[in-house]
Design a protein. Structure first.
Length: 151
């Protein structure tokens, strides 16, 4: 298990440093276990790449679109052969990795539901993540809950 002190050598902007400080404890239950290769879309300054490498990943493919943050990502991992940096904005995502979807983690910045598109064969289903803010009651409950969030 890693600690905040382990991240001190990374160059992070204020937002990403705050994220590590507030979320690192949760990462140990949310993002683990990891396998050999991790695709980190929205890699930030490399804080999650660092986390994955410290927890057994042998390679991390980092995709990030913010040029300022990519600069920090390159400072942190540009010479590390275990990290592949892709500067790109991703508008659509298609994932079909022959069973490696198992234990897939995704973070959204909006409430969602999964919409079943089609069952191709048993155990092979195409899903679509749909933004779903809910009805008036669920919106009110969410607003109250967000007002009480610790961060």
């Amino acid at each position: 298990m890693c600690s905040i002190q382990d991240f001190e050598r990374l160059e992070l902007d204020e937002q990403h440093r705050l994220t590590v400080e507030q979320e690192l404890e949760g990462w140990h239950s949310w993002y683990l276990p990891v396998e050999d290769t991790v695709l980190d879309v929205g890699a930030g300054c490399g804080e999650t790449a660092f986390f994955y490498l410290n927890h057994g990943a042998k390679k991390v493919i980092c995709v990030e679109s913010n040029p300022k943050v990519v600069g920090l990502l390159r400072k942190n991992f540009g010479s590390d052969g275990r990290v592949i940096i892709v500067e790109a904005h991703v508008d659509s995502i298609k994932i079909d990795i022959e069973g490696s979807e198992r234990n897939m983690i995704f973070e959204t910045h909006f409430p969602f539901r999964l919409e079943k598109i089609k069952t191709l064969i048993p155990n092979v289903v195409i899903w679509k993540l749909k933004e779903d803010w809910g009805n008036v009651l669920t919106k009110a409950i969410r607003k109250i809950a967000n007002a009480k969030r610790w961060w």
